[in-house]
Write a protein that binds this ligand. Structure first.
Ligand SMILES: C[S@@+](CC[C@H](N)C(=O)[O-])C[C@H]1O[C@@H](n2cnc3c(N)ncnc32)[C@H](O)[C@@H]1O
Length: 177
């Protein structure tokens, strides 16, 4: 799709309903890489509605679709609550947890959004499930906002590492960068 990429093609493809799994996958990659900042958003009818972005590179030098595909062949992908997947974790497993970050300290539009999809009770429940997985011998890496409530929640449950990162997606332009 690289050579076909243009504004006209992007909007045509965005409207197109692909039915086969491999053409659906290619469509997803194309739209994800050329849309506005890689954002995924749908309208109320479940239709992808992100406008075209500024990046036009569809294929990247370090793409390894075959390698990823062969690794995924033996993987089981589940869409479920973390409690279900974490309850399987035990010695020999490495678990990476990247939950919605607590927004208790933020004053941007993400507060309402994140509090609805992942409440503070969920943060507490995640800590409890993490502790149980650690007690069964699993190793866990977990990310969250660098906020005192999170440090307090995870007291005695590992070693915090503070990192900074750049973000190109944010409700306010000021927070991007
Ligand atoms: C910070 S994002 C993770 C992003 C992901 N690591 C990536 O790189 O694309 C948080 C994810 O947690 C998921 N999530 C929210 N509530 C959940 C729950 N109760 N159980 C499992 N996942 C949940 C959201 O759907 C969202 O995809």
């Amino acid at each position: 799709m690289q050579y076909l990429h243009s504004k006209e093609f992007y909007y045509q493809e965005r409207d197109r309903v692909r039915r086969k799994s491999h053409t659906k996958a290619a469509q997803f990659l194309y739209l994800n890489r050329t849309c506005w900042n890689g954002l995924y958003r749908e309208n109320l009818s479940g239709k992808f509605n992100v406008p075209i972005g500024t990046k036009s590179q569809v294929l990247l030098a370090d793409d390894d679709f075959k390698g990823a595909s062969s690794l995924l062949e033996s993987a089981e992908l589940k869409v479920c609550d973390f409690e279900e997947t974490l309850s399987d974790a035990r010695s020999g497993d490495l678990v990476f947890l990247d939950p919605p970050y607590t927004t208790a300290h933020n004053t941007n539009g993400f507060i309402k959004y994140n509090q609805n999809i992942f409440s503070w009770d969920d943060q507490i429940r995640l800590r409890q499930c993490t502790e149980a997985a650690l007690n069964r011998g699993a190793k866990v890496v977990l990310t969250n906002a660098n906020h005192e409530t999170i440090h307090k929640l995870y007291t005695d449950l590992g070693t915090p590492e503070v990192l900074s990162r750049a973000s190109v997606i944010s409700g306010s332009a000021r927070a991007r960068g």
